[in-house]
Design a protein around this ligand. Structure first.
Ligand code: FAD
Length: 469
C-alpha cells in the first residue's frame, strides 16, 4: 500500500496536506523532480534555485527522521514529469500518488498531464489544495466570477473561512524503515549568476518557524506602523519560505490566532494587517487561475495591451544598477542585488519608477526581479508589477504616479536607508539625501537624475491617455 508524495514548492513535513493524506493511508516514499531548464525559462535566478536546493536538502533530513526516503530526479522540463513519476510508481508498486497543487498555468498543465497519465495507467493520483485556504474557483463574486479586485475578495475570505480550512494537517509519524534508499542530492549546475551567500537566507522549516516566532513575538504588534519604513526590520521576511512552502499559510494564521485571542479580523491592528498581506498572497494565486492571460505575458487589463512602452536600454541598465539619480530607487535596487530581497514599499516605488517614469515595459522589470529575488514567486511578482504599471487587478489608477522624492521623505525621513545602501551619500546632510543638489554631488560619484519627475510623469500620463478603453 505504498504512497508516493511528489514534493514541489511545499518543502516541509509539518502541515503538508499531500504528505499527511499519504501517511494516513500507508507507508510513504517521497520524490522531488528538479526542473532546472523549466525554472530558468520561468526566469528564476541563482538565488532562488540555490535556496530551493537547500530547502530540498533540509526536507530530506526531516524525512529521513521519519524513515521516509526521498528520491531525486532531474527532469529538465515539466513535460517529462508524467513518465518519470509513472516509472517510479511502477518500479516501487506505488498504490497512490499525492501532490499539492501549484497554480500558475504551466504548473497546472503539468499537474493535469500527470493526473491524466496516472488515470490511463490505472494508478490513483490525487492533487490537494494546500498552498492557500480556498481552492481557486471556490471563492467567487456574487455573479460567479473570479475576483479582480482585492478588497471584496478579502471580505469574502474573512466571511467564509472555516476552522477546518485553517486546521493544521497531521505530521506523519515515524514509519518502519522501507527497503528503498534515498538518492544523493546533486549539486546545482553552474548558472549564469552566482548565488548569494546562503547564510543570508538559511533554508528549511526550522529557519522559517524561528522567523515566524521572532516576528510575532517582537514585531507583529508594530507591523501596521512599521511595515512601510524600509530602514526598520518591521515585516516578517517570510516570503522566501512561503514561496517554497517551508512554512504554510495555516501555520502563520494559527500563530496569529494564538497571539490574538483566536481572531484573524479583529483584535490587534498589527496582526490583522499582517493577515491581510497573507490574503493578498492568496488573491494573486486565484488571479493566476481565473485570468490565465496574466500567465501568458499579457496584461490583466486588456486595453493596456496597446500601451507604447519605450525602448530605453540605457534607462533600464541605470535602473538595474541602481544609478537612476533617485536615491530611494537606487538604494532599493542595491538592496535587491545584495540580499535577494526588497522591502515591499520599495518594490512598489522601483516598479512604478520603471513602468511610469521610464515608461519601460513592466515585463522587463518583472523578469529582473525574478532573476534576483530569493522569494521570486510568479503570482505575487506578476500581480505586484501589473499593479505598479496600472495594467493589473486593483490597477493603481494610471494618474497616481508615486513621486520618488516624496516617497523617500515620507518613508525614509532621516535618509538612513539611503545612507546604508548608498554610502557615497552618507556625507550629505540627511535632508539632502532624498534629492541631492547638484553642487553637493560634485565630489561624489553619484549620477544626476536620469529623468525629470514632472516631465516623466507627464509622458506616462500622455501614454495612458492615448489608450482607448
Ligand atoms: P510581510 O509584510 O511580512 O507579509 C507576509 C507575507 O504575505 C509575505 O511573506 C508574502 O508571502 C505575503 N505578501 C505580502 N505582501 C504581498 C503582496 N503585495 N502580494 C502578495 N503577497 C504578499 N512577494 C513574493 O512573495 N514574491 C515576489 O516575487 C514578489 N514580487 C513583488 C513585486 C512587486 C513589484 C511588488 C510590489 C510586490 C511583490 N511581492 C512579492 C509582494 C511583497 O513585496 C513581498 O511579499 C514582501 O515584501 C515580502 O516581505 P515579507 O515576507 O517581510 O512580507
Amino acid at each position: 500500500n505504498l504512497q508516493l508524495v511528489w514534493l514541489r514548492s511545499d518543502l516541509r513535513i509539518h502541515d503538508n496536506s499531500a504528505l499527511a493524506a499519504a501517511a494516513a493511508k500507508g507507508p510513504v516514499v517521497a520524490v522531488f523532480l528538479r526542473s532546472i531548464e523549466q525554472w530558468c525559462d520561468h526566469g528564476h535566478g541563482a538565488n532562488k534555485l540555490d535556496f530551493w536546493a537547500r530547502g530540498v536538502s533540509a526536507v530530506k533530513a526531516s524525512l529521513t527522521g521519519l524513515n521516509i526516503p526521498l528520491l531525486h530526479r532531474d527532469i529538465g522540463r515539466y513535460g517529462e514529469a508524467p513518465d518519470v513519476l509513472l516509472e517510479i510508481a511502477r518500479e516501487h508498486q506505488v498504490t497512490q500518488l499525492h501532490f499539492n497543487y501549484e497554480y500558475p498555468l504551466n504548473e497546472q498543465r503539468r499537474d493535469q498531464a500527470v493526473l491524466e497519465a496516472f488515470k490511463q495507467a490505472g494508478i490513483t493520483a490525487q492533487g490537494h489544495h494546500d498552498a492557500i485556504a480556498f481552492a481557486p474557483g471556490s471563492l467567487l463574486t456574487g455573479k460567479g466570477d473570479y475576483y479582480g479586485v482585492f478588497t471584496p475578495f478579502s471580505k469574502a475570505w474573512h466571511k467564509q473561512i472555516t476552522a477546518e480550512q485553517l486546521a493544521l494537517r497531521d505530521t506523519p509519524k515515524v514509519q518502519s524503515p522501507l527497503d528503498i534508499t534515498s538518492d544523493p542530492l546533486p549539486a546545482l549546475p553552474t548558472l549564469d549568476d552566482e548565488p548569494l551567500d546562503g547564510r543570508l537566507w538559511p533554508a528549511g522549516e526550522n529557519a522559517a518557524s524561528d522567523n515566524l516566532e521572532r516576528f510575532l513575538r517582537f514585531r507583529g504588534r508594530y507591523y501596521k506602523d512599521q511595515r512601510d519604513i524600509p530602514k526598520v526590520r518591521g515585516t516578517s521576511e517570510l516570503s522566501p519560505y512561503l514561496a517554497l512552502g517551508m512554512i504554510s499559510h495555516r501555520q502563520c494564521l494559527q500563530a496569529v490566532m494564538s497571539e490574538n485571542g483566536g481572531h484573524l479580523a479583529d483584535g490587534d491592528a498589527g496582526l490583522t494587517t499582517w493577515v491581510n498581506e497573507l490574503i493578498w498572497r492568496e488573491f494573486y494565486q486565484h488571479v493566476a487561475v481565473g485570468f490565465p492571460q496574466v500567465c501568458r505575458y499579457q496584461p490583466f487589463q486588456e486595453h493596456t495591451k496597446q500601451l507604447q512602452w519605450r525602448d530605453d536600454d540605457a534607462g533600464f541598465t541605470s535602473w538595474c544598477e541602481g544609478r537612476t539619480g533617485y536615491p530611494i530607487v537606487d538604494a532599493a535596487m542595491r538592496q535587491l542585488i545584495t540580499t535577494g530581497w526588497m522591502h515591499n514599499r520599495l518594490r512598489m516605488i522601483t516598479a512604478m519608477f520603471l513602468s511610469k517614469h521610464l515608461l519601460i515595459d513592466w515585463r522587463r522589470g518583472e523578469a529582473f526581479f525574478m532573476r534576483h529575488l530569493v522569494d521570486g514567486e510568479f503570482c505575487a511578482n506578476n500581480g505586484g508589477w501589473q499593479w505598479a504599471a496600472s495594467t493589473g487587478t486593483d490597477a493603481a489608477p494610471y494618474f497616481r504616479i508615486f513621486n520618488p522624492t516624496t516617497q523617500s521623505t515620507r518613508f525614509d525621513p532621516d535618509g538612513e536607508f539611503i545612507a546604508h545602501w548608498l554610502p557615497e551619500l552618507t556625507s550629505l546632510p540627511a535632508k539632502a539625501r532624498h534629492a541631492p543638489p547638484q553642487d553637493m554631488l560634485n565630489p561624489v560619484d553619484y549620477p544626476a537624475p536620469i529623468v525629470d519627475h514632472k516631465a516623466a510623469r507627464q509622458r506616462a500620463l500622455d501614454a495612458f491617455k492615448a489608450l482607448s478603453k
